[in-house]
Design a protein around this ligand. Structure first.
Ligand SMILES: Cc1cn([C@H]2C[C@H](O)[C@@H](COP(=O)(O)OP(=O)(O)O[C@H]3O[C@H](C)C(=O)[C@H](O)[C@H]3O)O2)c(=O)[nH]c1=O
Length: 185
């Protein structure tokens, strides 16, 4: 999404969300929760995170301050782009927004200090359905703007499974919205 920025001598105004526009451009998704996270340093990596079915979340991601590289990885079994990713720089300056449908793992790396990410999600947070994917899994091939030994990460994110491990551990649990058998995991 590319919100229109109205600049003047005071600064700028933009609409961060308009239901009718989103529905016409993306579809009839309903957002139930707004999130905001602040990262003090450039090189802070959060992710790759997702919630498994039936609590998979769609996310509309924006930048309120600073800038970050936002990444979405398709982990929907059967998808022609399974395991593929998109990466885009979101900043308060460019005002771009990224929509991730349910079934994508989400992560970002901050490019500046004092970066604030705000995002709307289509299902509530559910700790029991939350899963992760290793941010720098070589199989994904994501070119992050920070070296692994310099990245600022939570301990949780340092120990996330690779895509191959995820697929074996969870079988199709991530993807039973396609009607596949799911195993615990
Ligand atoms: C996501 C979330 C977290 N929390 C609590 C759980 C923890 O006690 C605390 C910090 O959570 P976490 O360390 O998972 O925060 P991030 O590392 O920023 O995780 C997020 O980062 C990636 C980029 C995402 O897309 C997800 O929305 C989310 O996983 O907030 C809540 O209370 N509600 C929530 O919706």
């Amino acid at each position: 999404m590319v919100p229109k920025k109205f600049g003047d001598s005071r600064g700028y105004f933009l609409e961060t969300f308009r239901k009718s526009l989103f529905e016409s451009e993306v579809g009839p998704f309903t957002f139930v929760q707004d999130n905001r996270s602040y990262s003090a340093e450039a090189g802070t990596v959060r992710g790759l995170h997702f919630q498994i079915h039936p609590r998979a979340q769609g996310k509309l991601v924006s930048c309120s301050s600073g800038a970050f590289l936002d990444v979405a990885v398709d982990i929907r079994a059967g998808s022609p782009t399974y395991g593929k990713f998109v990466a885009v720089e979101l900043s308060a300056e460019n005002a771009l927004q990224l929509w991730l449908p349910p079934g994508f793992a989400h992560g970002f790396c901050t490019l500046t200090a004092d970066t604030v990410i705000t995002y709307k999600v289509t299902d509530y947070y559910s700790a029991e359905h939350e899963r992760g994917l290793l941010w720098n899994d070589p199989e994904l091939g994501i070119e992050w703007p920070v070296a692994a030994d310099k990245a600022i990460l939570s301990e949780k994110d340092r120990g996330q499974p690779t895509l191959a491990e995820l697929q074996s551990n969870f079988s199709y649990a991530v993807n039973d919205q396609f009607g596949r058998l799911s195993r615990s995991g």
